[in-house]
Design a protein around this ligand. Structure first.
Ligand code: G3P
Ligand code: CA
Length: 332
């Protein structure tokens, strides 16, 4: 039997703070997570990579060139290098070449300063958080607020990390166990684009697992089937053997025009919940010439898109703007 047999009955859709409240603070900082919680997120999302000394830190990439001030540290100049990760060449600095103590001397900076200039005002203020610090924050705020704040970690590049002797699955399970959050009812969802990562985790932990998927292509570890095959009724039943839910690109549910697809209904039929990514201010990412005057940051687009998808039956969603998400969920 798959994880679906452990599912509770339908509960209200969850709001997941994507990289925290990354539309408003530099992503993957405690300040970003804290703001997400204050704005009403139920879960906060740390993307996870490993340090040289096997500690999980929250970064979208192990290449930290664009999200920290590492380039301004002359003592680390010699660590700049080029690596191929999941088939893509990167030149810069990488978490696995630093101890946690070394990484803690760096400061976070906004990844997209041209697009999110307000976030760049916080550059230089925040350290890179560890997973343990993110869990501690979630627990502390849960107690203070009297509502459960969970974590929604994503393993980034697990096949690559295993290839350099840093197996993520073992370390993640150990960290969750140490936090007392390794059971099926812990406020944790572990997500990955890699199939074999999730299948291995399924043998190691009872934590709920989410198979991420995109509109095209296939799993990042080159496992089969493709995402297109994964969302057929047969494909979804196969996912349900190891996962609690799926995390599709939101366009796979509803492009914002016409009628939603049958993915939510098909997934529910297979016993899988559906958490879609990512509601961000699309308009925000347009060149200035294309931005609409009345809503230059596209917040209206985010709100409308979330409300449409709630109506289409999703069980949760990632957003860079948790306040917009929590408000839409409240009205649902
Ligand atoms: O994990 C859901 C969503 O965050 C996937 O995209 O690139 O933001 O990690 P990404
Ligand atoms: Ca993610």
């Amino acid at each position: 039997a798959g994880q679906s047999t452990r599912m509770a009955s339908l509960s209200p859709p969850i709001v997941i703070g994507h990289r925290g409240a990354s539309g408003e603070r530099p992503e993957h900082t405690l300040a970003s997570y804290e703001l997400a919680i204050d704005e009403g997120a139920d879960f906060i999302e740390p993307d996870l990579v490993l340090t040289k000394d096997n500690v999980f830190v929250a970064r979208h990439e192990n290449d930290i060139t664009g999200t920290t001030d590492v380039a301004d540290h002359p003592e680390f100049a010699g660590r700049k290098t080029t690596k191929t990760i999941d088939g893509v060449a990167h030149t810069g600095w990488f978490t696995e070449d630093f101890t946690l103590a070394e990484l803690k001397t760096l400061r976070a900076k906004e990844r997209l300063p041209q697009l999110r200039p307000d976030n760049a005002k916080y550059d230089g203020l925040y350290t890179i958080p560890t997973l343990a610090e993110v869990i501690a924050l979630a627990k502390k705020r849960s107690q203070e607020l009297g509502r459960t704040i969970g974590i929604y970690p994503e393993t980034k590049h697990p096949t690559y990390f295993a290839s350099i002797g840093l197996p993520m699955e073992k370390h993640l399970v150990a960290e969750l166990k140490a936090a007392g959050w390794d059971s099926a009812d812990a406020p944790v969802f572990i997500q990955s684009f890699e199939v074999n990562n999730l299948k291995l985790l399924h043998t190691l932990t009872k934590n709920r697992l989410i198979q991420l998927m995109d509109s095209s292509g296939g799993p990042a570890d080159n496992a089969t089937p493709s995402y297109a095959a994964m969302i057929t009724p047969e494909g979804l039943r196969a996912v349900a053997a190891y996962a609690w839910g799926i995390g599709p690109n939101k366009d796979m549910v509803d492009t914002g025009e016409g009628t939603p697809t049958t993915l939510v209904a098909d997934a529910h039929k297979a016993g899988l919940r559906v958490h879609v990514w990512t509601f961000r201010a699309e308009n925000f990412f347009l060149p200035a010439s294309l931005k609409r005057g009345a809503d230059p940051k596209g917040h209206g687009d985010v709100d409308t898109a979330i409300r449409r998808q709630l109506a289409a039956g999703i069980d949760g969603f990632f957003t860079d703007f948790p306040l917009i998400g929590a408000t839409a969920r409240e009205a649902f």
